[in-house]
Design a protein around this ligand. Structure first.
Ligand code: FAD
Length: 394
């Protein structure tokens, strides 16, 4: 039998679960978060670790997303200076690059405008006299190099910091705790979950499904089963090469298919990603594919001749994460990255699912979530404001 009662019970300790826990606790609600393994065990430790507006989303006209993410970036640089840092990004343009200099300049100008022409949003052209200092970037056919600034973080550390902030405001964390099932009742949900001490129960006015790639598996365990949105899981792989990168992050165009790929300094090594491969298996078993590793090696070797001799066995490590994207025709690259909230019943929501989203926008997503569901929750006294809560590494 359920014992504890909360305003919100959240399933999933990724960035969205932690973000909603923080925003809900700040708004004064009682909150409990259930995580089956450890914080950021899923996608939130396998991203490209960028806190950015997403320059490439300008190509698919997702202007609002870019503006919001740039605003969140500016806020996180202030709230979490130990966790989020500005880095120079370099965009090299070669004779064969599809995106021509005028297009990149136009994109960077729009990016600066959407960032409010903040100092950190300005960009410049790198003089050719400095090209030789760019980490061994190939000079053959190089026509122009642009430099702009964007943010980098440790995604798992950020998730832990947000959860620590939520806990400091009263949110509870139960971990490891695997959500088993829930029953929708007239005034909320009765929930059961498995801990190392056995099966437990609790009640929530609102059950928040922040299980990321597991979201539809969670819905399948709720009675009556809420309708689900048809989503695709799209795998993104990164490889790590055991060689440092000194100057910053390189934003290159994959010669094979013209996708944007990042080459990133990461913990004294070089991180290269990412890919887009439809995934149909168990989210817990996602792993880099041989062809994805070969693709990334080819891209990095093409731009940095010092990596061109590397083979798959020389990769230091690799990891894969899953994007949750709306099912639609066309390539994953151009699908919308907006976050979707989906409810069991629009008039009386008792289960709310978060689909998709960006690490960068987690705070705004969580605030929008609370704003959307506040009319269905009791009045509580606010304890904090996420726009002002500092985040520290834990
Ligand atoms: C390859 C890749 C690169 C990306 N790069 C960036 C980037 O550079 N910048 C950016 O802003 N965004 C990026 N993103 C997007 C961002 O990483 C994700 O939107 C975000 O991490 C999703 O977080 P989440 O909390 O929704 O899901 P997750 O982090 O996957 O969290 C879900 C959690 O639910 C838990 N869970 C599942 N089932 C249960 C259960 N039954 N009981 C209890 N717990 C359960 C899991 O263990 C997991 O911890 C990237 C995404 C991918 C895939």
């Amino acid at each position: 039998m359920p014992t504890d009662s909360y305003d919100l019970v959240i399933i999933g300790g990724g960035i969205h679960g932690a973000g909603v826990a923080q925003a809900a606790a700040a708004a004064g609600y009682s909150v409990c978060l259930l995580e089956q393994s450890f914080l950021a065990a899923g996608t939130s430790s396998r991203s490209s670790k960028l806190i950015h507006g997403g320059l490439r989303y300008l190509e698919s006209a997702q202007f609002n997303l870019v503006r919001e993410c740039l605003h969140e970036r500016a806020l996180l640089l202030k709230l979490a200076p130990e966790l989020v840092k500005l880095q120079p990004f370099y965009i090299p343009i070669f004779k064969q690059t599809r995106r021509r200099p005028w297009q990149v300049r136009a994109g960077l100008s729009l990016y600066a405008a959407l960032g409010g022409f903040d100092k950190s949003a300005l960009f410049k052209q790198v003089p050719s006299s400095q090209w030789a200092t760019l980490d061994g970037l190939s000079q053959e056919g190089l026509q122009k190099v642009y430099r702009y600034m964007d943010g980098q973080t440790d995604d798992a550390a950020l998730t832990r910091a947000v959860m620590a902030s939520a806990r400091s405001l009263g949110a509870e964390l139960v971990m490891p705790a695997q959500f088993l099932q829930a029953e929708i009742t007239p005034d909320g949900c009765e929930i059961s979950y498995e801990t190392e001490q056995g099966e437990r129960g609790c009640r929530a006015r609102l059950l928040v499904n922040a299980a990321g790639p597991w979201a539809n598996r969670v819905l399948a365990k709720i009675r009556p089963e809420p309708q689900r949105l048809e989503m695709d899981l799209v795998q993104g792989t990164h490889i790590v090469i055991d060689a440092p990168l000194e100057r910053g992050i390189y934003y290159v165009e994959a010669p094979q298919d013209q996708r944007a790929v990042f080459v990133i300094p990461w913990q004294g090594k070089t991180l290269v990603g990412t890919t887009e491969t439809i995934y149909r298996g168990d989210p817990a078993e996602v792993a880099p594919l041989a062809e994805e590793e070969a693709y990334l090696l080819e891209v990095v070797g093409d731009y940095f001749p010092r990596f061109s001799h590397l083979t798959r066995v020389q990769i230091d490590s690799a990891f894969a994460g899953l994007r949750v994207l709306p099912r639609m025709a066309g390539s994953a690259f151009s699908r919308p990255r907006e976050t979707l909230f989906h409810v069991d019943d629009a008039n009386q929501p008792r289960v709310a699912t978060i689909y998709g989203g960006k690490l960068t926008a987690y705070r705004l997503t969580a605030e929008k979530f609370i704003q959307r569901f506040a009319p269905h929750l009791p009045e509580r006294r606010r304890r904090g404001d996420t726009r002002r809560l500092p985040l520290h590494p834990v």
